[in-house]
Each structure stands twice: as structure tokens, then as C-alpha cells.
Design a protein around this ligand. Structure first.
Ligand SMILES: [Zn+2]
Length: 245
């Protein structure tokens, strides 16, 4: 039983160390993810506008070809006008000429509108690209900052993880579950020691009779005030001296 309490206390010490390493990273992982997501949104926006711009350009090129055909017809019909032999032929030709002229007019009007659209798309793409560029710079800065922190703690972290794995192996699944549950609910501290007659987790005074029972290391006790697992000051000291944390 004593060993079990010692193992739990050691696990707690390692986890406190690991938590403080994680704290060094602060909000950086969150910020990096957030910036990355924002960049994706902007890039999608740019892509969508580029598709719209491209289809406007394609339509304008098609119109240009159409205008060229109409113009060729127009030249042809106008030349034919001089050779008409009767009114019927004349009427038929003027109809074709009207059709071609109207066609050119409509297509030119549409092309003007397309040109305006293309300019607007280009402007919008330009604005978003500048925004994206700014975000990219910020992203790279934050990412570098985070990588530096992670790299500088890499060795220490893997050393702590190794110790944690070894201790965790010795702890039964049920106890581990309890430990994790209390740790989650109590700000990362599941195992408290008795310091000057009080729980080190919540500073509630432990009755002396209970302190004596805890010292016997016969069973686990939880702090009546905060619910954390309690270990005696002796076990705490032993573990702190034994482990190299
Ligand atoms: Zn407590």
C-alpha cells in the first residue's frame, strides 16, 4: 500500500513538471491553429474569385470571337448590297445587316460589363492576397516561436515522459482512472501531501486522528474538503528525495 501511495505521488510530481512545460507554450498552439484556419479561409476566397474572374475572361473571349464573325458578315453583306437585283434581296440583306449590327452592339455592351467585373475581381483578389500575406508573416513568426519552445524542452519532456511511463505501469487501471478524474477536476493536482497538518491541495486542516491514520499507509484517504488523494509528509519527502525531477 505504501508503494502504491508513493507511486501515485511520483506520478503527480511528474505531471506537474509536464504541465509546466506545456504552460511555457502558452496560447501559442491555439494562435498558430487559429491563424492557419484564417489563412485557409482567405485562400479559399481567393480561389473562388479567381474561378469567377476566369469564367468572365473566357466569356469575353467568346464574345470577341462572335463580334469578329458578325463584323466579317457585315463587310460581306454590305458589299453584296451593291449587287442586289430586287427589293426582296435588298430586304433580306438589310435584315442580316441589322442582325449583325445589333449582335455587335449587344456583345460589346456585355463585354463592357464583363470588363468591369474582371476589374472588381482583380481588385478584390489583390486586397485578400495582401491580407493573406500579412497573416502568413504572423503565422510564420508564431510557428517559429512555438517550435523554438518545443525544441528547447524536447529532451526534458521526453525524459519526463519516460519516467511517467515507468510509474504509470505500476499503477492499476482503476486507480489511474480515479487519479485522472480528480486531476481533471482539481486543476491538475490529484494527489496532495500533508503540510503542517493541512492538505497541500486546499489548505484545509486535517484532524490529528486522521493524520495518524494516513501516516500508517494502510489505505488511501481523500481530503474531506477537496477530494484529493492524501499522502503523508513522510511519503512525500521520500519520493521527492528518491526521484530525480
Ligand atoms: Zn484538500
Amino acid at each position: 500500500m505504501k508503494q502504491k501511495l508513493a507511486d501515485l505521488y511520483e506520478l503527480q510530481l511528474v505531471d506537474i513538471k509536464l504541465d509546466s512545460l506545456e504552460e511555457l507554450r502558452g496560447d501559442l498552439p491555439l494562435i498558430v491553429n487559429e491563424l492557419n484556419a484564417q489563412m485557409k479561409v482567405l485562400q479559399n476566397n481567393i480561389d473562388a474569385k479567381q474561378v469567377d474572374k476566369y469564367s468572365a475572361q473566357t466569356k469575353r473571349e467568346e464574345n470577341d470571337n462572335q463580334i469578329k464573325l458578325h463584323a466579317e458578315n457585315l463587310t460581306k453583306y454590305k458589299a453584296q448590297l451593291y449587287k442586289v437585283r430586287n427589293n426582296k434581296e435588298y430586304d433580306a440583306l438589310t435584315k442580316e445587316i441589322d442582325f449583325a449590327e445589333n449582335g455587335i452592339k449587344e456583345l460589346n455592351k456585355e463585354n463592357d460589363e464583363l470588363e468591369t467585373k474582371i476589374l472588381v475581381y482583380s481588385d478584390e483578389i489583390n486586397t485578400i492576397e495582401k491580407e493573406l500575406e500579412k497573416l502568413k508573416i504572423e503565422f510564420l513568426e508564431k510557428e517559429e516561436e512555438l517550435t523554438k519552445i518545443i525544441q528547447s524542452n524536447e529532451k526534458e519532456e521526453s525524459r519526463l515522459r519516460e519516467i511517467r511511463n515507468k510509474v504509470a505501469e505500476k499503477i492499476k487501471k482503476l486507480e489511474m482512472n480515479t487519479y485522472c478524474r480528480i486531476r481533471k477536476a482539481k486543476g491538475g493536482i490529484a494527489v496532495a501531501s500533508i503540510v503542517r497538518g493541512a492538505c497541500s491541495g486546499c489548505h484545509s486542516v486535517i484532524p490529528s486522528q486522521r493524520q495518524l491514520e494516513i501516516k500508517k499507509n494502510n489505505r488511501t484517504f481523500n481530503c474531506e474538503a477537496c477530494g484529493r488523494i492524501l499522502v503523508s509528509a513522510e511519503i512525500a519527502l521520500e519520493v521527492e528525495q528518491k526521484t530525480n525531477l
